[in-house]
Design a protein around this ligand. Sequence first.
Ligand code: PMP
Length: 309
Amino acid sequence: PLGLGAWAYDRGRLVPAAEPALPLSTQCLHYGTGTFEGIRAYRSNDGLCLFRARDHYERLLRACRILRITVAETVEDLIGITVDLVRRNGHDSDTYVRPLAYKLSLLPGLAPGVSLAGVSDALSMVTYTFPCEPGLKGVRCTISSWRRPQRDALPVQAKVVGGYVTSALAADEARALGLDDAILLDSTGNVAEASTSNVFAVFAGRVVTPPVTGDLLPGITRDTVITLCRESGLDVVERPLGPGELLGADEVFLSSTGKGVDPVLAVSGRDIGSGAVGPVAAQVAGLYEAVTHGADSKHLDWLTCVAPD
Ligand code: PMP
């Protein structure tokens, strides 16, 4: 269960989370002109620590530049605000942080793309308690009938609010089929990503994932997984991956901040490999668990610890 923290950050101030009220003219509500991040903090021996907060905020600020959202806060400021907010909310167990930067005022007669620079901006942040689920259950996926929009239709490298319509429709279709998630193809018919995760496949011990030059979000967990695989001697190849290849793979797994490393047990009603959690996915999930919880001494620089008040 997700529990919303009692305090939020709203346009420069820490306020009770129930206080902010958005004008009905907020442009992001109408046109999806906003961008967000999802950042997690895990309990380690040093207390609660944010994982790769700097990378998440760098991605947020790059997305803001694309959308012409002016943010007064620097990456350092945003990390400081996050630490303050997590402390103020008294989180001492695993936490999820959701910053959102968005276009505020809708000028009369303004079409969605016209003069984005003329529309005022806002930045907010809320936190949730978000316990890690123990164990690796794995998920069953469909190949979605919705395709990932091309990079010339949507800035796929940014977590743009409006772009999540495709993710929502794909995930909804999967649920309606009684499945957990959807794998979306790109316009060329190759695997792009899942609704909110990147996709990996394993063939004879070699790990394959679609390249970031494709129509997918360059996930921070994806980058973490590639780094951890290579450090532990696993071969990782970034190349286009066809949907048929997934069906023949020894293993498939997903990566995301929200779910970490998530094994895929079946695609389109077909078991992947043995239909159980495979050894490579289990190994990578173990490495990810260690690095996020401060148990990998090589990557302590990925952690920002939130000392209690
Ligand atoms: N793709 C999409 C569309 C996503 O929303 C996410 C979640 N942010 C990911 C991939 C995984 O990215 P990350 O590992 O940075 O959470």
